[in-house]
Design a protein around this ligand. Structure first.
Ligand SMILES: C[S@@+](CC[C@H](N)C(=O)[O-])C[C@H]1O[C@@H](n2cnc3c(N)ncnc32)[C@H](O)[C@@H]1O
Length: 244
């Protein structure tokens, strides 16, 4: 499991990576974000949940944490989409346990080619997706395509802290602590996942730095693009509005 492999066959790689993770995914997200994941998610959802929205799409929904939060904080019908059957099954179980089954549906699909018409949604979120697609700019354009003009779009991704001191600490944590924490909480398979994540995040931002990403949003037809770097730069929330 390495970064070159994830770049060469991103969909296949993501399906394989996430097949074994659903049950313990939340723990891994907490570990990688040092417990900050919930705060980051809240911030992202705030940028979409403000207005009155009929339908919201949550792409790369995984176990549906964001999907459920969108349903809880709005009165919208929410669709969660993911390419992993295992993640979707876990997401559907979580939605049903939360009593949100009447307003949430789960759809198998790829962010690169959404099975929806243009402007089919009033708002959209995507989380931790861009490291798993071959062409992030084309994917952002595809996500924007399904949002109606004026509809809010927001995303959350891991990021590399910009301050050199914090970046060194982040590097040590992701390269040394995370694989060992993975091993101790989930065995050898999680050691591999823990070892993959840090290099995957570094390599993504070497190829697609934050200013590049913000330009890709604008070029995709999204206006009022803004971002917030959170927790010393370990989390990145981006938001904007679909151009009229
Ligand atoms: C790190 S998880 C994020 C899950 C969830 N959004 C959360 O915050 O808890 C990333 C998810 O992206 C999904 N994924 C990866 N590549 C994808 C793609 N091209 N299209 C749709 N989903 C994808 C994976 O299956 C996985 O469930």
């Amino acid at each position: 499991m390495d970064v070159a492999e994830s770049r060469a066959r991103p969909n296949q790689f993501a399906r394989q990576l996430f097949a074994g993770l659903p049950k313990r995914y939340n723990l891994l997200a907490e570990l990688l974000s040092l417990g900050q994941d919930r705060r980051w998610r809240d911030e992202m959802v705030t940028h979409v949940a403000g207005g009155s929205l009929g339908r919201i799409l949550d792409v790369a929904c995984g176990p549906a944490a964001v999907t459920r939060e969108l349903a809880s904080r709005t009165s919208a019908q929410v669709v969660g989409l993911d390419l992993s059957v295992d993640m979707l099954a876990e997401g559907a179980a979580n939605v049903s346990r939360a009593g949100l089954g009447d307003r949430v549906s789960m759809v198998l699909g790829r962010g690169e080619q959404l099975p929806f018409a243009d402007a089919a949604f009033d708002g959209l979120t995507f989380t931790y997706l861009l490291r798993y697609v071959a062409d992030p700019a084309a994917t952002i354009a595809e996500l924007a395509r399904v949002v109606r003009p004026g509809g809010p779009i927001a995303s959350l991704e891991f990021a590399v802290p910009p301050n050199p001191g914090w970046r060194a600490a982040w590097w040590g944590y992701t390269r040394a602590v995370l694989p060992v924490a993975g091993l101790m909480t989930g065995g050898p398979a999680w050691f591999d996942v823990g070892r993959f994540l840090g290099p995957s995040i570094s390599s993504h931002y070497r190829a697609f730095p934050v200013p590049w990403t913000l330009d890709a949003w604008r070029n995709a037809g999204i206006d009022s693009v803004a971002h917030r770097s959170m927790s010393l730069g370990g989390g990145l929330v981006v938001w904007g509005v679909r151009r009229a």
